[in-house]
Design a protein around this ligand. Structure first.
Ligand code: LLP
Length: 419
């Protein structure tokens, strides 16, 4: 996190002191580092350099901001999208349609048609039903939908249950034992250009063992399909590599991951596809907030900040840890609970945590907020939609406006019958 460092007693993002952004934009606000984003993109790419053919599709869901996508596009990344809204963003950022992969269990017919007509590079088909529908939609238009079949390898990624996707009970992909039969039926359909398999077993993966087991299973299935005469040219290994959220977190690095992939999949003679999200964006962003007041508590004081669960949902949804740090740390600490203003107890960022001592009016950040932060924000409690800022060396720009509650109110109507 060297692009997020204290200089002259003040936390900077690259060369920009955070108080300057708070003063100009207000708080809460997400702040991203261009340099960190680009560096992470290169580190991940370099970690796979030993592989003969690689396609990188940034998982848009982790941070769909248009400017962030532009940084990834300039780094040569394509996109992994899960809705037509995400596809439009990737295209708007200048990513070629051919470099975009469309995942997701609930692609609608309208979405598939729009993606087909845009010339999207690959559909990761999640069920036999979807494959048949996609084939028919493509054939009716004289098109071929290039695709892989997403397989559920029934491997526990060992991550939080809500972000685990590769177990038999998860809704994703087709069951491993039925995959070969489904592949054989789908590959025969006109309109569908099946060329391989896809998987994604979960997110914030902290142990490479489950991924290795899943890839090994997929390799065996690939060989079975080849033995049956199918031509497999692409294997999509998904995303999921975790990032450190707190000091002492010991996670596999992209290099560790790349070495494992090279060992397990290096001889597959395919284009290997990857869908990294968090590993690129997670530590490239912070949520900047101001302390509203410090309220006395029974066991420890409550530090009430102006960011809330509507701005950063991860602690409330997944009990996630985000480091909390003062923008002008005094060196003193305090034991406190850190909470937002929303009227429910899940609006809690930290309990009984030793943090930098802060008082009302101080600025602070939640770290590692670049992934699944702003994109999961809502307007709950009629709060504004949080803005985003991108820093590049000593310049910075607002890359998403704060959406005022008045704009949301203006989109609502009272029906005539209510008078
Ligand atoms: N590919 C597919 C098909 C996915 O479903 C996901 C994430 C990714 C790639 C990217 O995974 P990543 O590299 O970012 O781990 N909101 C949750 C995370 C949900 C992840 C969903 N799928 C969180 O805040 O932790």
């Amino acid at each position: 996190m060297d692009d997020f460092a204290i200089r002259g007693g003040v936390l900077h993002v690259e060369d920009v002191p955070l108080p300057a952004i708070a003063e100009a934009v207000g708080t809460p606000v997400y702040v991203y580092s261009c340099r960190t984003l680009a560096r992470h993109a290169r580190v991940f790419r370099n970690a796979l350099a030993a592989l003969p053919s690689v396609h990188l599709a940034f998982a848009v869901k982790s941070n769909p901001n248009l400017a962030v996508l532009k940084v990834l596009q300039r780094e040569g990344y394509g996109a992994d999208v899960v809705s037509i809204g995400e596809m439009r963003r990737a295209l708007a950022a200048g990513m070629p349609a051919a470099d975009i992969v469309f995942s997701g269990v609930g692609k609608t017919a309208a979405e598939m048609v729009e993606a087909l007509e845009a010339g999207l590079g690959q559909f990761n088909v999640e069920s036999e039903e979807e494959g048949a529908e996609l084939a028919a939609l493509a054939a009716a238009r004289g098109l071929i939908a290039t695709a892989t079949l997403r397989v559920n390898p029934d491997v526990d990624a060992g991550t939080h249950a809500k972000i685990s996707t590769g177990k038999a009970d998860n809704k994703f992909g087709v069951p491993y034992d039925r995959a070969a039969a489904i592949y054989t039926r789908l590959v025969a359909l006109p309109g569908l250009g099946l060329r391989g398999l896809a998987l994604h077993i979960g997110s914030q993966i902290a142990d490479l063992g489950p991924s290795e087991r899943a890839f090994t299973r997929m390799g065996a299935l690939m060989q079975d399909l080849r033995s049956a005469g199918h031509v497999i040219t692409h294997m999509d290994l998904g995303g999921g590599l975790g990032v450190p959220y707190r000091a002492g977190d010991d996670l596999p690095t992209p290099a560790d991951y790349g070495a494992m992939v090279a060992r397990v999949c290096g001889g597959w003679d395919v284009t290997l596809m990857f869908e990294p999200g968090r590993v690129i964006t997670g530590n490239a962003g912070v949520l900047l907030t101001e302390v509203i007041r410090v309220k006395e508590g029974v066991n420890a004081p409550f530090v009430v900040v102006d960011a809330a669960m509507n701005d950063l949902a991860r602690p409330a949804m997944y009990d996630a840890w985000h480091d909390f740090a003062a923008v002008r740390p005094s060196g003193e600490t305090m034991l406190a609970h850190v909470v937002g203003p929303i009227c429910e107890s899940s609006d809690t960022f930290a309990m009984n945590r030793t943090i930098d001592r802060v008082v009302a009016g101080d600025l602070a950040v939640f770290r590692t907020a670049g992934a699944y932060g702003a994109t999961m924000a809502s307007t709950y409690n009629s709060r504004p939609l949080v803005p985003e800022v991108l820093v590049d060396a000593d310049r910075w720009a607002i890359v998403a406006d704060r959406i005022d509650p008045a704009a949301i109110l203006a989109a609502e109507r009272v029906p005539a019958w209510l008078g």
